[in-house]
Design a protein around this ligand. Structure first.
Ligand SMILES: O=C(O)CCC(=O)C(=O)O
Ligand SMILES: [Fe+2]
Length: 576
């Protein structure tokens, strides 16, 4: 029987208007952005019963959450979209009736027993879903999909949500259809579900996981190209080691105190030690690098403190989301700087928490309320391209804390010029005075005061700030959640983070290198570069997704391997 007939069987029609649900869902969507991701699945045409069942689960979880914490896992959502039995739909109907009451009569209209009934019904719906049956259904439906699959967009959406990597590849290769935001998002949650299911069953990951991830990463980058971007081209700079004692010290690899950073003698050109950078440098701002639900700390709580070194308690959805964002940055760098994707690897990426009133512990990622002026490539010679992705919004989550590019001010006078100007002005004034005296003019009292500089008494600026900003041109950028700055890591892009005066600021700095990994390093690995999609799936599992407790040395080894194999994990075999 074709799948569409099976699903649409009229006997179990549910007497609830689709449009009521759509309206309610849109309302909820606005109110609760943390459930937006699964909801976006509903904007494409889907079967009435699927819609009703998914709606019931989403709404029920939303209501139950107001009373007790309860949320359906993405796995349940995914499975629920495949329900086709009358029993489940009856449960869904009961849920919906209770929900309708709640929607009509307001949040307090449900008694606690109705809430527990609702929760019990939810659990029963979950129980009805039989993984094996779903697999059989989708296998049986495969052929039917070919003939009755609807528009290409619908077919793509179906294939993506069913984790049918090969069907997605075929449709995309036809060149007649692309993954839009909804399909990409649905595909992402389908992957999360597949990973969670495999983990629960202690099964290896299917080859469809990397295949779908490659398509998601491709789509993410194409979709980003349509969003706003502001680019400023800048001249690449590097330290000029031929100058002075500082240069001699740098030639000996002596590391300088940061307070001297802005005074480093520089020359034009890219340093890019050991790598292969583009010889043009720039700064790029993307106000919506990540969409709101993608950087939501309620949906992805572990994004706030993410490090590849400790994934033991991090959910697969957050790990996948973090990787997805970092890969979006990597692809953007390749695109912006015209570099082959395979030549760019992440060297470091983590979440950084800034707390007002704290001091930074150590140079790296500890808490603190500011970051002193620095150049990323000076911090690590392998950092060639940088990105900071923001998870908080200035003015909402914290005050202060602007990201600032700090450049020499071309219009600023040097100290010698300032002195010369001062004495010129003094001389002029003296000459004028002399002339007046020679002319026998009477001198008003004011003329006895020689005005040499404008002093604005009101504009108070601390001495340390005055020194910090003297002769510098500051270009501040106000962080907002989901925004990102991507820039070349050289001395042309010296930057700092201004002191945060209140609140907490979360950011994800990530640094990329163009230094090639020597083949010998791959050869030393227990499992070398992946050769098949199954190999890539195994690498995903072992390097990122298998939750385990590790000794520090184990995790260092794993992260090193992860970063070296990043390109292999995140791009299809044909691009390795
Ligand atoms: O948090 C920021 O805005 C910038 C952080 C930064 O510059 C760094 O980690 O190198
Ligand atoms: Fe930095």
């Amino acid at each position: 029987m074709p799948k569409s007939q099976r699903v649409m069987g009229g006997d179990h029609a549910i007497p609830i208007e689709r449009k009521i649900f759509e309206a309610t869902l849109i309302k909820l969507w606005r109110q609760k952005s943390n459930i937006i991701a699964p909801l976006t699945q509903l904007t494409v045409p889907i079967q009435m019963r699927e819609l009703v069942t998914v709606s019931a689960i989403l709404l029920a979880s939303w209501i139950a959450k107001d009373v007790v914490a309860f949320a359906p896992s993405p796995r349940v959502l995914w499975k629920s979209s495949r329900l086709s039995m009358s029993a489940e739909t009856n449960e869904a109907k009961v849920c919906l009736e209770t929900l309708e009451k709640r929607i009509k009569e307001g949040p307090d209209s449900l008694s606690s027993s109705e809430v527990s009934d609702l929760k019990a019904a939810m659990l029963r719906i979950e129980d009805y879903v039989d993984v094996l049956k779903i697999q059989e259904d989708s296998a049986a439906a495969d052929d039917d999909d070919q003939s009755t699959g609807g528009s290409l967009e619908e077919q793509l959406y179906q294939a993506a949500t069913q984790m049918d990597g090969h069907a997605v590849t075929k449709l995309l290769e036809s060149g007649n259809v692309e993954m839009d935001d909804d399909t990409t998002n649905a595909a992402f949650w389908a992957v999360v579900n597949a990973v969670d299911t495999a983990e629960a069953a202690d099964q290896p990951l299917s080859e469809n996981v990397p295949i779908m991830l490659h398509h998601i990463f491709d789509a993410d980058h194409k979709l980003l190209l349509k969003r706003e971007k502001q680019t400023t081209n800048v001249t690449c700079m590097q330290p000029d080691d031929s100058v002075g004692v500082g240069g001699a010290a740098r030639r000996m690899n002596y590391i300088f105190d940061d307070s001297a950073h802005k005074d480093l003698p520089l020359k034009e050109g890219r340093c890019c030690e050991g790598g292969d950078c583009c010889d043009a440098c720039s700064r790029n701002f993307f106000p919506t690098f990540a969409l709101t639900p993608e950087s939501d700390l309620e949906t992805f709580p572990e994004l706030a403190s993410f490090t590849f070194n400790n994934l033991e308690k991090v959910s697969a959805k957050t790990i996948l989301q973090f990787v997805r964002l970092i890969e979006r940055v990597r692809r953007t760098i390749a695109h912006e700087y015209g570099l082959p994707l395979s030549t760019i690897l992440p060297l470091q990426a983590y979440s950084r928490k800034y707390v007002a009133g704290t001091t930074q512990k150590g140079g790296g990622g500890g808490e603190g309320d500011f970051v002193t002026l620095h150049t990323d490539e000076a911090t690590h010679s392998g950092y060639h391209y940088s990105c900071v992705l923001y998870l908080s919004t200035q003015g909402e989550d914290f005050e202060g804390g602007s990201f600032v590019f700090n450049d020499p001010d071309p219009d600023a006078q040097t100290e010698a010029e300032m002195e010369a100007q001062k004495s010129d002005e003094e001389n002029e004034a003296l000459k004028a005075l002399e002339q007046k005296i020679l002319n026998g003019e009477e001198l008003p009292e004011d003329d006895m005061v020689i005005e040499v500089a404008d002093e604005d008494e009101d504009a108070y600026i601390s001495l340390s700030d005055e020194i910090r900003k003297a002769g510098r041109k500051m270009t501040p950028f106000a962080p907002t959640r989901g925004a990102a700055a991507i820039f070349s890591s050289g001395w042309e892009n010296m930057h700092e983070v201004e002191k945060i005066t209140s609140g907490i600021r979360y950011a994800v700095p990530c640094f990329f290198t163009t230094c090639p990994v020597p083949q010998a390093h791959y050869d030393q690995m227990k499992v070398g570069k992946p050769k098949t999609d199954e190999d890539i799936a195994d690498d995903w599992l072992h390097l990122l997704l298998a939750h385990r407790k590790e000794e520090p040395m184990e995790s260092v080894g794993r992260v090193k391997e992860l970063l070296m194999k990043w390109h292999c994990l995140c791009s299809p075999l044909s691009m390795h």
